[in-house]
Write a protein that binds this ligand. Structure first.
Ligand code: UD1
Ligand code: UDP
Length: 358
């Protein structure tokens, strides 16, 4: 079997690292990087540290409006597909790279495999929700990380092609956390940042809904972070960097340690040792759950509803008081962690076997 895989954004490199490793002995995979993320610390670092093969094609699409970015990807992915003639195309998650890949393949009758199918926020204003709903409806294999995701597909009358495999992000977190803990260059991150395990909180911010509120929205969030009893370490996504720097210029915010995005191995260590995570990221709220670190999700809904059980993950509005209340006054219930809704850490192998029929 010959497979073309499309990746383009940070979380897709992480997911592809484990799935590509599982596919490698079973089929020929042609990896295509759309170029959606291109800074060294948003792209190269993942290929280098996670042992992902160099992409055969880098389409160099870069940043732009939704239409420009998705349109350019669509055109260039189609050219690759016409040249490579794969038996199937694989996409991950819910970014513009996901939709462009799925659409390009579907239009020329190449069957699509979607990893992380069935996730829903039921907020159609989110570009990610549009991308994932549309991708699911044109996919032939729908690899669902959770039972909720599989049920969501049935609610939309997608009856065929759904497989409950577990979450490939659990596979990657377990595998790479073990490697990171043994690597002194990576564990040195705590000394580099001057922080002590369990005595800091870890935050990330990049969602369009967060940055759409402009400087005022970031000021409200930072005002809450400033009042937390532990330092907040904030590896800043390039989308939010300008606003974050402006906010710090305006408000000072001594309790926030703004740093460049870090590689995945360092990020796993920082998450594992945080006393709390505050984030609008999809992936990070789950990683916090995997590592039994309480999380405050700075959004009004989540696709990962399983994490909400027992207050291990709590939704907070982008308002100072609500963030402070959720971050300080609510503690998680250890008894709520009995079930393992994200699988057994072997989702990648299951996906590879189903897809290749081996
Ligand atoms: C994208 C995904 C989002 C995902 C996130 C993961 C879409 C619609 N959004 O959001 O679902 O959660 O990736 O991180 O696909 N930029 C740089 N350097 C880079 C990449 C981006 O400077 O390497 C800046 C540019 O100013 C760009 C902005 O970040 O305009 C946003 O990048 P983009 O890829 O459009 O969206 P993300 O916010 O990264
Ligand atoms: N991540 C990382 N370095 C960082 C911030 C995040 O490696 O500085 C990882 C994080 O551990 C998770 C993934 O990136 O695995 C999440 O990506 P992001 O938040 O950009 O996107 P989302 O998951 O919201 O789509």
């Amino acid at each position: 079997m010959k497979l073309v895989t499309i990746v383009g954004a940070r979380p897709q490199f992480i997911k592809a690292s484990v799935v590509s490793a599982a596919l490698h002995p079973l089929c020929q995979e042609v990896l295509v990087h759309t170029g959606q993320h291109y800074d060294a610390n948003m792209s190269d670092v993942f290929f280098r540290e996670l042992d992902i093969p160099k992409p055969v094609y880098n389409l160099g699409v870069g940043s732009g409006s939704h239409g420009k970015q998705t349109g350019e990807m669509l055109m260039k992915i189609e050219e690759v597909l016409l040249r490579e003639h794969p038996d199937a195309l694989m996409v991950y998650g819910d970014t513009n790279s996901t939709l462009a890949g799925a659409l390009a393949a579907s239009k020329i009758h190449i069957p699509v495999a979607h990893v992380e199918a069935g996730l829903r926020s039921y907020n159609m204003r989110m570009p990610e929700e549009q991308n994932r709903v549309l991708t699911d409806h044109i996919s032939m294999w729908l690899f669902c990380p959770t039972q909720t995701a599989a049920d969501n597909l049935k609610k939309e009358d997608i009856q065929k092609g759904g497989y409950l495999t577990g979450d490939v992000m659990l596979d990657s977190a377990l595998h790479f956390r073990a490697l990171a803990k043994q690597n002194p260059e990576k564990t040195a991150i705590f000394d580099h940042l001057g922080i002590t395990p369990k005595q800091y909180r870890l935050a990330t911010l990049h969602r369009a809904e967060t940055t759409e509120g402009g400087l005022q929205a970031i000021l409200k969030i930072f005002t809450a972070f400033e009042q937390l009893p532990q330092l907040v370490v904030l590896p800043i996504h390039p989308r939010t960097r300008g606003l974050a720097e402006e906010a710090i210029k305006e408000g000072g915010f001594q309790n926030i340690k703004l740093i460049d995005p870090v590689g995945y191995l360092e990020m796993l260590l920082l998450t594992d040792s945080a006393c709390q995570v505050l984030t609008d990221s999809g992936g990070l709220q789950k990683e916090a759950w995997f590592m039994e670190v309480p999380c405050v999700t700075l959004r009004s809904e989540t696709e990962w509803v399983e994490t909400l059980a027992g207050n291990w993950n709590i939704l907070a509005a982008l308002e100072t008081d609500d963030i402070l209340h959720k971050a300080c006054d609510i503690t998680p219930d250890p008894a709520a962690r009995i079930s393992m809704p994200f699988g057994d850490g072997k989702a990648s192998e299951k996906i590879a076997r189903i897809l290749t029929g081996c």
